[in-house]
Design a protein around this ligand. Structure first.
Ligand SMILES: Nc1ncnc2c1ncn2[C@@H]1O[C@H](COP(=O)(O)OP(=O)(O)OP(=O)(O)O)[C@@H](O)[C@H]1O
Ligand SMILES: [Mg+2]
Length: 504
């Protein structure tokens, strides 16, 4: 990785038609004509009497007066004599950088900029300590997720800044979302007990976090019992029928009528009184079929719905696992849904879990938790036409969960398909490479802190680079996510590897 010397001079502020003004200035870069000493997105500083102005490079313009007149350039070109061979063109090439002011750092705090910097003032690389404080990073106790792009500084936001509001991780496929989640989980696992450990439930749609179950605290050089990882296969999951109200069952069947729900409510309440030990869905079907008070049509319809639900194999007498054991400080529970092809089954599990988690957390029966939801657009889509059993539950957590630390981390490769209600509640966003114009537009509209220039830069990000917006950092910040400490084994990384393996 390139080391960037601090406090080096980058250039001198120039006077232009519109600036310097309070929010913007331009400066001419130092260095030779072919040297690149600053990068778009880099933080820079200008020391003034009132404090250090911190700004960010937005764009560059290169000029050379020898190439200003197309007809002259063309003339020399047609003669076969490049201008360079006749005139000292290199000496006249210079680069003007445009910068946007982010804040004024004065006496250890940020104040709103209230004056314009002076033409002639020197622009320098920003001092790393100042930048860390300015961005509100916590290098000591924060989560070490990567490094700032172009700066010699660890990106270590505090747990509070990154996670005390919902987080959305958005990017196109293959940009590094899941990789980033693995890094985040590694950091959460390494948190010492006295700093407070969060409990995490991961809805692992593709089973790509299963490898984590082999990590032990000792292998990370941590004390025994520092953390616990449990892997639960979706096919082992069981939802206790007696915990479900008629409405909850109704919600799992998208078009149950109100009459059917009313009859079912009575059946459920009678069964709860009689069968204290619990019951299965087939018990409910039997009860419904023998219940003379329900009309024949309703009886048939209800039985049909319930048999369909029972066939998913997801329901039983007891809860497996018990939600209270799933959520514990320092524990990551991986709910592996990769066994299921049916979207409906995945949705039923997510719907049940989201409901239970919020219910128990509201009553303080479980500690604060983070629910990580991969492929979030499949579970809370914007479109009303898609099957979306957990949508309202997730929207409820999104709206209300923050107050009692029932937190969401939503991951999506199609932000445009994700419910806007949910997305707008995600005060923190990590946006990795994304090129789809519809998705970009949606991201731009749903996050307040993002400007046009940052939005443009998202299309040019590399794999594993992310823009953090929201409460995590004081201004949008580009970060290179660090490498994982633990690599999954046996993962096929490319098509050529896959065909080689199958061709043995
Ligand atoms: N920070 C990183 N450092 C090194 N390699 C990375 C990083 N981020 C991503 N990669 C590489 O890119 C690959 C794809 O990343 P990942 O699986 O996280 O993509 P994704 O955004 O989750 O895609 P999808 O939407 O398809 O799930 C990883 O397997 C890894 O090889
Ligand atoms: Mg992924």
């Amino acid at each position: 990785m390139t080391e960037f010397p601090t406090a080096t001079r980058l250039g001198t502020i120039v006077s232009t038609d519109s600036g310097p003004n309070v929010m913007e200035f331009s400066f001419v870069l130092e260095g030779g004509p072919r040297e690149i000493i600053a990068h778009r997105g880099e933080f820079i500083s200008v020391v003034t009497d009132a404090g250090t102005v911190i700004a960010r490079v937005q764009d560059f313009v290169r000029t050379n007066r020898y190439y200003q007149h197309a007809e002259a350039v063309r003339e020399y070109q047609s003669r076969g004599e490049p201008l360079r061979s006749i005139f000292p063109t290199d000496r006249w090439q210079y680069t003007v950088a445009k910068a946007r002011v982010l804040g004024l750092w004065s006496d250890g705090r940020t104040i709103r900029p209230y004056f314009a910097v002076s033409p002639g003032a020197v622009v320098r690389r920003v001092d790393e300590d100042i930048l860390a404080s300015f961005l509100k990073l916590d290098l000591e106790k924060g989560l070490h997720l990567g490094r700032l792009a172009y700066q010699n500084l660890d990106f270590a936001p505090s747990l509070d800044r990154l996670l005390s509001k919902h987080l959305a991780i958005l990017a196109m496929s293959g940009a590094g979302k899941s990789y980033f989640v693995s890094v985040l989980l590694e950091e959460l696992l390494s948190r010492p007990k006295d700093s407070g450990r969060l409990s995490v439930v991961v809805i692992d749609v593709h089973g790509e976090y299963t490898y984590l179950k082999d990590i032990t605290p000792e292998s990370l050089g941590l004390p025994k019992g520092q953390f616990e990882i449990e892997h639960i296969r979706g096919s082992h999951f069981q939802i206790p029928v007696q915990m479900l109200s008629a409405e909850a069952i109704g919600a799992l069947v998208s078009d149950m009528s109100s009459i059917q729900v009313r009859d079912l409510r009575r059946v459920v309440s009678e069964m709860k009184n009689v069968l204290k030990e619990g019951y299965t869905l087939s018990d409910v079907v039997e009860y419904v079929q023998n219940d003379e008070k329900i009309s024949k049509n309703t009886r048939e319809a209800l039985s049909g719905w319930l048999i369909n639900l029972d066939e998913t194999g997801l329901f039983g007498k007891e809860a497996v696992p018990s939600i209270k054991t799933v959520v514990r400080p320092g524990k990551i529970t991986l709910i592996d849904l990769s066994d299921f092809i049916s979207l409906k089954k995945k949705q039923i599990i997510v719907s049940y879990l989201a409901n239970e988690l919020l219910y128990l957390r509201r009553r303080e029966m479980i500690p604060p938790f983070l629910l990580v939801l991969e492929e979030a657009h499949q579970f809370c889509p914007e479109s009303r036409h898609e099957l979306a059993l957990p949508k309202s539950r997730i929207e409820t957590i999104a709206r209300e969960g923050r107050k009692f630390y029932a937190l969401l981390c939503l991951i999506s490769q199609r932000p445009v398909k994700l419910s806007t209600t949910v997305l707008s509640q995600c005060s923190n966003q990590a946006i990795l490479r994304c090129t789809n114009p519809y998705d970009l537009d949606h991201i731009g509209k749903s996050s307040e802190g993002i400007d046009r220039s940052s939005l443009d830069a998202i299309t040019t990000l590399e794999i594993g680079e992310s823009l953090f917006v929201g409460e995590t950092v004081s201004v949008p910040t580009f970060v290179k996510i660090r490498q994982r400490k633990f690599e999954p084994t046996g993962v096929i990384k490319s098509l050529s590897e896959a065909v080689k393996k199958s061709d043995k």
